[in-house]
Write a protein that binds this ligand. Structure first.
Ligand SMILES: [Zn+2]
Ligand SMILES: [Zn+2]
Length: 335
């Protein structure tokens, strides 16, 4: 079969890859599509990423084979399969840190979403396989995973009705955040220098959106001068931290959704005296995925217009380029 393989030095190449064989409790998917995620790009630009590697984890596929012990799905089913699954029973899992569970990081789709066929291991089949109803498109279904990650952040940052929240970065993730935060009863301000992205965020429910000065003014007005209750950073790394901290009210929460590899330039004095909370989330849990799946199936979160570019596996390197140049909001990859 063909897979788009990361070969190091920023290069992704479509090449032959062995088609995975499945075990008794496993499922084989024929790929329908897979979203290209910012975290895939982060791995591609990181020189320490081991190669060869097949990335992709926002997978929707059709079941073409299943083991004799798989009983609750059938050949022909269209499904979303999550790539990481926690054990559900360890110290981490029992305390809500499912994505820190040792089993979580060890689990994976084989070889990854950017391949013609994908093996879904037994724990993923049991805990993180969602049958997609007919009215939901493949592309919409591929947003279940990123939406679940955003949902985990909204929960962790303890967003409540009446809060004012600033979202920094209005890529596809920022646009999902805008909707989830509106859903949680917050007034949302989007911050992004790209005008088209700000406009989309407003269309999706942001009270205001624009470059930093516009966002700062809107946030002050909506919060009665107090500052935002939460600032969620989806991009920009540590560069945006001083601005984000200045935008927060005393006692507010700064949430990092994305990594950057840098040290945070934040004075401990500020953190302490202003009683700020710094939170972060990594990936999502099965319960986040379940709720994200429900929101997409019910149409409570719209992903219309978020996919701006479509590429095939041999064209994945072009998709990576488009994302790195911030030309694409979301790239969707088909075989
Ligand atoms: Zn992702
Ligand atoms: Zn666990």
């Amino acid at each position: 079969m063909i897979a788009a393989v990361y070969r190091g030095a920023g290069k992704v190449i479509a090449e032959e890859w062995p088609r995975p064989a499945i075990g008794d409790s496993e499922v084989l998917l024929r790929l329908l599509g897979c979203g290209l995620c910012g975290s895939d790009i982060a791995k591609i630009v990181d020189p320490s990423t081991p190669v060869p590697l097949v990335l992709g984890h926002e997978v929707v596929g059709e079941i073409v084979a299943l083991g004799p012990d798989v009983t609750d799905c059938a050949i022909g089913d269209r499904v979303v399969a999550a790539h990481h699954v926690p054990c559900g029973d360890c110290h981490y899992c029992r305390r809500g840190s499912e994505s820190m569970c040792r089993a979580f990081k060890a689990s994976n789709l084989d070889p990854g979403g950017f391949a013609e066929y994908v093996r879904v291991p037994a724990p993923n089949v049991r805990h993180a396989l969602f049958r997609v109803p007919r009215h939901v498109t493949d592309e919409a279904a591929s947003f279940v995973e990123p939406l679940a990650c955003c949902l985990r952040s909204v929960r962790r940052a303890r967003v409540a009705p009446g809060d004012t929240v600033v979202v920094v970065g209005l890529g596809s993730i920022g646009c999902l955040f805008v909707q989830l935060l509106r859903h949680a009863g917050a007034a949302v301000v989007g911050c992004d220098p790209i005008a088209a992205r700000a406009e989309l965020a407003r269309r999706l429910g942001a009270a205001a959106a624009g470059p930093a000065p516009v966002a700062a003014a809107a946030q002050r007005e909506l919060s009665g001068g107090r500052g935002a209750d939460q600032v969620i950073v989806t991009g920009g790394g540590t560069d945006v931290l001083p601005w984000a901290v200045a935008s927060l009210r005393d006692g507010g929460t700064l949430h990092y959704f994305a990594a950057g590899g840098d040290t945070l330039p934040l004075r401990l004095e500020t953190l302490y005296h202003r009683e700020l909370t710094l939170t972060a989330t990594y990936s999502s849990s099965p319960s986040d995925l379940t709720e994200a799946f429900r929101l997409i199936v019910a149409g409570e979160v719209s992903v219309d217009g978020l996919v701006t570019h479509r590429v095939t596996l041999p064209g994945l390197d072009r998709g990576v380029d488009l994302m790195r140049r911030r030309e694409a909001l979301k790239v969707y990859v088909t075989p």
